[in-house]
Design a protein around this ligand. Sequence first.
Ligand SMILES: [Zn+2]
Ligand SMILES: [Zn+2]
Length: 232
Amino acid sequence: MGLTAIKFCPRHGNQVFMEFCAHNGKIIDDGKVPGMKRIPFIGTVICNQCFEIHQVEELAKVDQNTLRQFSETNKVEFESKIRAVYQAINCVPKCLECVNQLLLTNARTAGKKLPFEAYENTLTFKDEETIKRLETYLNQRFTFKKSKIAHLDRAAFFTQYGGISYPFSIKFYYVIEKERQEKLLDLIEKFYASIPKKERLIQFYEAENIMKKSDGSLSRGKENLLLKKMIK
Ligand SMILES: [Zn+2]
Ligand SMILES: [Zn+2]
């Protein structure tokens, strides 16, 4: 059972995909807002109909604490009930940013409070060419330390294109001195003079903290943030 995974969405690029029941999948495809109930412990998002038919309300009464106090038999029984619901709903993965777009449009149409802070004026995966250009621009005008992730063989700064619910961002490492940070902020400002999508998040971190997981893959541990600048 994979609740979330990173996959490619033609509209939003590589994004977190979440599992929805087949009905919700259809609702999303039709451009409508899906039901937002969840299967407990797994988190798969189901419609009201599935919530009722499969008596998920009963299962949802069991929290982590209650489950811990269950006897082994009850636990096995409970888990098999959850599994049965999961198997019955024929779940489909959907891009979270596609769903976020639906929630946003719906809230606006209904005149309701927006469900999250929207970034509609930021570089997205459709602007990869501009993002590449920005990276080259910075590399040519500033001396960076190399990233600790040796196989990347690149300067220790990383861009991440934005979506509808988060802005385009740049993370810099090892640029500690105020004047050097200012210099980079100035360079970015100059680059952006010709870019209409202004929203961006710029963060300076003291150092990289790369950790090797047991499967050999790398992840980042806690890193010390020195300066954070959001331009809207
Ligand atoms: Zn359903
Ligand atoms: Zn999408």
